[in-house]
Design a binder for this molecule. Sequence first.
Ligand code: ZN
Length: 643
Amino acid sequence: MALAAGVLFGAAQTAPAVEKGTLRLHYVQKPIGYERYELARNADGYRLASDFDFTDRGGRVQLTATLGTTADFTPTFLQAKGKSYRFVNVDSEVRVEGTAAVVRDGRVESHVALTPPFFLVDGYAPFAAQMLMLRYWKQHGQPRVIHTVPGMPANDVIVEPRGREAVRAGGKTVTLDRYLVDGVVWGRETLWLDQDGSLAAAITRAGGLSFEAVREDLEPLLVSFVERSTRDRIADLEAITRSNKPLRSGAYAMVGGTIVDGTGRPAIADGVVVVRDGRIADVGPRADVVIPPDVARVPLDGKTVVPGLWDMHTHVTQIEWAPVYLAAGVTTVRDMGNENEFIAPLRDAIESGRALGPRLLLAGLVDGGGPNAFGVVYATTADEAKQVVAKYHGLGFQQIKIYSLVTPPMVEAICAEAHRLGMTVTGHVPNGMTIEQAAAAGMDHIAHLAIGGEADSDEVKQTIAFLREHKTVIDPTQSWNELLGHALGTPIAAFQPGVARIPPPLNRLFSSAGADGIDAATARTRLERGLRIVKALHDAGVPIVAGTDEGIPGHSLHREIELYVEAGLTPMQALQAATIVSARAMKLDAELGTIERGKRADMVVLNANPLDRIRNIRTVRWTIRDGRVYDAPALWKSVRFQE
Ligand SMILES: [Zn+2]
């Protein structure tokens, strides 16, 4: 930063730019655009102007923002207009007036009391605003917490210095300071500043997937920034793990609860589950189970035990998902596309027991080539198809996830190679293919509900018969459709009570999610069309597996299960979609998916029985993963959710 110290500019004059920066933006490591910013000095302090602009899968996302601060970086105003992600519209203006901030959101104006230290920042974009927030932080005694506006109503952002490192790029060495910033988005970001206080790199998430900003000259270091950030984040999850030790592990007997074993058999009233060394040693009615004298007894009166839940469509792009999933009763997830440098080390940390979290099953994402492709792994030739599958196989992935631009011959090549190596294939129905063609080309699973028309039409009936014949597994992500497709005028809380418990950055994000220009009845009609197809698929014997595509973390899986009951499945069938049917789809049903003797002890203890009312699936008290008992409310709190 080259500041002409002592030079004052008249307020009416246009101040010359004193600092300019260009950051290369990446989505899941793919370069997709730029943020260009200018920081000008004026009589009052600084004025930042940022132009944030990227194109993701053919869709343009642009945000222009200006931020004013005093000379010590205390913010005075923020204006942001445009989009910060494909479905996140931003139109906000914040003015600091004395001890309050006047926040205008679209046409709604509100006043928020400000308690120093505070800063104005609205999500991860623009990154230059986060850079100025860190300068403010340095100038104000490096407080652990900064209150940020706009929030709900204000938000606490945690800043922690994480160390200094020298990096080499383009033949020169640059010294960078690394910071953890937690609360601008939900969860931890990593930011690097150079010795002038300019932003060198940032790792965050947008739309639930990894998003990276890297200064142009440091572009070759993108992957090493991702790896460095991953090490910090996994260390943080290990710290969360140390402060949330299992309430129990080893050998114990849970006595007196209702056991819904998930096999489809009636619930066992006054049952006993004996756990030993991570497995279910015995289960049954109290009268039939001999409790060994050496094991501790855990009374479960009034509670209900169900098998550990599965989320079959997620993207665990941040460590905060690990506690969230366990808190929500989810013990196994299938990751549907991520960065290998993050997800493989996270999986290994969880499997080794160093970190708590659900069992991670991985589907490796591959797209066709071209400017609109997603991510950085492509298959455009038969050789590439083989190499991609071999790479994911070598990293211990279970599946391949086909993305929308893979061509039909490549779908066949990928499926053939994956099957040869004992893997299965899931993914989107690629553009230009029907769901039947995708299944016929070898795709074992299909993500999302790619079936148009009405469930009772001949066409849809034929499609369903075809899928049944091909034993195709469907993860219909209906909670995701509902979340993005609900009428903007309908509050999310009307169908998703979990929204009341999410941290402020997520609240702000989801407050603008929904379909514009439709009424609640239209949204419901669209949702119900999908639910009728889910029911028809289920009735025909097509396996339905519960998946969320993230949504409202943890809570969306509960909603997905509730929606299956709204579709007409019984509560038991809906529960099975999120347990044994998912386990079978991943060929892990010999080990997982039900509460039966010899299986792994993955279970959820609920305060109320979901067979009575499916929404009781939300009443998670303890989650048991491989016999280790975790306290759900404590886990929610560990990642800033309300319990
Ligand atoms: Zn997805």
